[in-house]
Design a protein around this ligand. Structure first.
Ligand code: MIG
Length: 673
């Protein structure tokens, strides 16, 4: 059993991320040296130490060699020079093949915190704070997995979605009305590609107003929702953080009346602007506001909706009324002048820094646990508490049924209420690799129901990128193709390789018994779902593999993430059985020995490596399709749905093991547990 110690420095604002009561140790903090003057904690890193964690961030699995700042940001360009993305998951794990201890450090503080992991000095970890207030948890385990399990136990059980959320979902920013959505359903039906979800981005709303549905675009929304449900498709609407300021709009009026919106120092409500135009931000940190906002999801649930995604909850700010006024005033200084180059740059910065401006995050306050707290001090808790509002409401409103929920912004603790998607990635090959590298880090922090926009959100995708990305995406719990307005349309049916996509998605459905079992075991037994190789194989060579990963108990994955590659190098830490799938029922098996191999993988193939003594169960798609177990999909849409996937009569691919060695987890997939 890992040993956990809790220390407190300063007077931290609670985050409710840890659910286990722990005594606060007194005396000198172990491992780290405190420097009160520059508000830092530091520690020496041995040459062979590897540092994992931080959840959804840029760069590789081993985080050494860069500086990461937890400061939830709406930044759609996830290049390796960035320091902050949408999430703050302040858990790191320091481990080495030469030490018998894997040290986990959880820095629980709701404000900005920076992890300099061998950036300033190659052999130093330095954690710096704006305010030196934090709860620090030190978790010493004998292996990385032991440490992570102890951490996961401390932060409570991960969110469990309905089983249908393991199906495939199609999304795109720009589906505007019933016929756009029907077309997606029709095209997937025509292509005979399984699908369980179609996502509704902001355009379904009436002028981007939360909990409204545009009546012209969806004249009979409940009937449309049930038509789709009868065809086995769940519609999943987006919810944004900001509430449009508009007389007569009930959500706005209730928010004003109930005093649920964030206010400035002088007591006036903050006026910011996001998609709806001017908005107020609900104070999700305030209990009454959280309860109120959570109850609003019922408006859509009453119309048949059973899943949501929460967006813009860093919160993203296009501008605030106050900052914009300041900018306009300052612009006068530049007007009519002959700008020299330095004043031109100043002018450019002035205008270019209007969105997500740091100053704006210091302009408003929360009522949190009975205290008035400036937003920047608790910035990283905002999206967490929006999703908590939803999660708590679902439990109240719908005590017997699971509801799908995932969020863009997050903090540890939010993993109990929903999953995450990795925000606005780009249709870049490097972002397929990033997706691969983020999955284990998310697993460490309890975000098990997660995934990235497959094919890439921003920029134009290519057919081969989408194929390769889908070939990896079939393994992530959240399996969603999503793209931005104005980019190349990337639904699978847009491409000549439609048949390959069909094979890939069918393979995903055949994998559901395995994926769901491993997911549920990871939740209930506080284990990682995705692991770096070095967490299971404690040798240096395995530890340095950054582009392969373990999925559950049986599998290693080695996705192809380079364009024009007909295969790739794979390192096998032990002998494994390679299965080369062309379809769920068309594959070859080959045992490969420990060591390096060049393996071929065509655009129509998926490689899976079964570990020694392990088993991969596979559903029989043909039989599932014929049995049509529990779906009442009408003839027009006779596609396969996750609910059809039979968990009896499985096929088992074994490597030095027998079918009975596999521990299948099953439940009804919908009741809360
Ligand atoms: O400012 O709702 O990350 O998935 O399509 C962009 C439109 C707002 C950002 C989300 C993205 C979504 C988009 N949203």
């Amino acid at each position: 059993m890992a040993d956990i110690k809790k220390y407190r420095i300063g007077n931290p604002i609670p985050t409710d991320s840890v659910v286990v009561d722990m005594e606060i140790m007194t005396g000198k903090i172990p491992f780290l040296t405190i420097n009160e003057n520059d508000k830092t904690l530091s520690m020496k890193l041995e040459k062979t130490d590897r540092v994992y964690g931080l959840g959804e961030t840029v760069r590789g699995m081993n985080k050494r060699g860069w500086t990461y700042t937890s400061n939830n940001s709406d930044d759609p360009v996830h290049t390796e020079d960035k320091r902050s993305l949408y999430a703050s998951q302040n858990f790191i794990l320091i481990t080495s093949v030469y030490s018998s201890c894997s040290l986990g450090i959880y820095v629980d503080t709701p404000g900005k915190v920076t992890f300099d992991i061998g950036y300033t000095k190659l052999d130093e970890l330095k954690i710096s704070f704006e305010d030196l207030d934090a709860d620090l948890y030190f978790i010493e385990g004998k292996s990385p997995l032991e440490t992570v399990s102890a951490f996961r136990h401390m932060i409570g059980r991960s969110y469990i979605p309905p089983r249908w959320a393991f199906g495939f979902g199609q999304s795109r920013w720009g589906y505007k009305n019933e016929s756009d959505i029907r077309r997606v359903a029709d095209e997937y039906a025509k292509a005979d590609i399984p699908i369980d979800m179609i996502y509704m981005d902001i355009d379904y709303m009436e002028r981007f107003k939360d909990f409204t549905v545009d009546e012209e675009a969806f004249p009979e929304f409940p009937a449309f929702v049930s038509e789709m449900r009868e065809n086995g498709i769940h519609l999943i609407p987006i919810i944004d953080a900001g509430v449009k300021i508009e007389e007569g709009y009930d959500v706005y009026e209730e928010g004003v009346k109930g005093d649920y919106f964030c206010k400035k120092e002088n007591g006036e409500k903050l006026v910011a602007a996001v998609w709806p135009g001017q908005v107020h931000f609900p104070d999700f940190l305030k209990d009454s506001a959280r309860e109120w906002f959570g109850n609003k999801y019922k408006v859509l649930m009453d119309q048949g909706i059973d899943g949501f995604w929460n967006d813009m909850n860093e919160p993203a700010i296009f501008y605030t009324e106050d900052h914009l006024a300041e900018v306009f005033e300052k612009l006068d200084d530049y007007k009519g002048k002959n700008l020299d180059i330095w004043s031109f740059f100043k002018f450019k910065d002035l205008v270019g820094s209007i969105a997500n401006n740091d100053e704006d995050y210091r302009r408003f306050y929360h009522e949190y646990k009975g205290q008035k707290i400036r937003h920047d001090k608790v910035h990283n808790l905002y999206g967490y508490n929006m999703t908590k509002a939803a999660g708590e409401a679902f439990e109240r409103l719908c005590p017997n049924k699971r509801i799908l929920m995932f969020s863009r912004s997050s903090y540890i603790g939010m993993h109990r209420y929903g999953g995450v998607w990795c925000g606005d990635n780009q249709s870049w090959w490097s972002h397929l690799l990033l997706n691969i590298q983020q999955m284990p880090a998310l697993s460490m922090c309890g975000f098990l129901y997660s995934g990235a926009d497959i094919g890439g959100f921003g920029a134009d995708t290519t057919e081969d990128l989408l194929l390769r990305w889908t070939a990896f995406g079939i393994f992530t719990p959240l399996f969603r193709n999503h793209s931005a307005l104005g980019t190349r349309e990337q639904e699978m049916y847009q491409f000549p390789s439609c048949d390959i996509f069909k094979n890939l998605v069918e393979l995903r459905y055949a994998l559901i018994p395995y994926l769901y079992s491993e997911f549920m075991k990871a939740v209930l037994e506080e284990k990682m779902l995705f692991k770096p190789l070095g967490f299971e194989y404690l040798d240096e060579r395995s530890a340095e593999v950054e582009d392969q990963l373990l999925l559950g108990d049986s599998l290693m994955l080695a996705p192809v993430y380079k364009q024009n590659a007909s295969g790739r190098m794979v390192y096998l830490p032990e002998d494994m059985k390679m299965v080369r799938f062309r379809a769920w029922n068309d594959y070859d098996e080959e045992v490969l020995t420990q060591g390096d191999h060049y393996v071929k993988a065509g655009l129509d193939e998926v490689l899976v490596f079964i570990r020694k003594g392990k088993v991969l169960p596979l559903a029989d798609i043909e039989r599932s399709r014929n049995a049509n177990n529990n779906s009442n999909v009408s003839a027009a849409y006779s596609g396969l749905r996750s609910g059809d996937v039979s968990v009896t009569d499985l096929k088992y691919i074994c490597y030095e093991a027998a079918a009975e060695d596999y521990r299948l987890y099953t439940d009804d997939g919908i009741s809360r547990i």
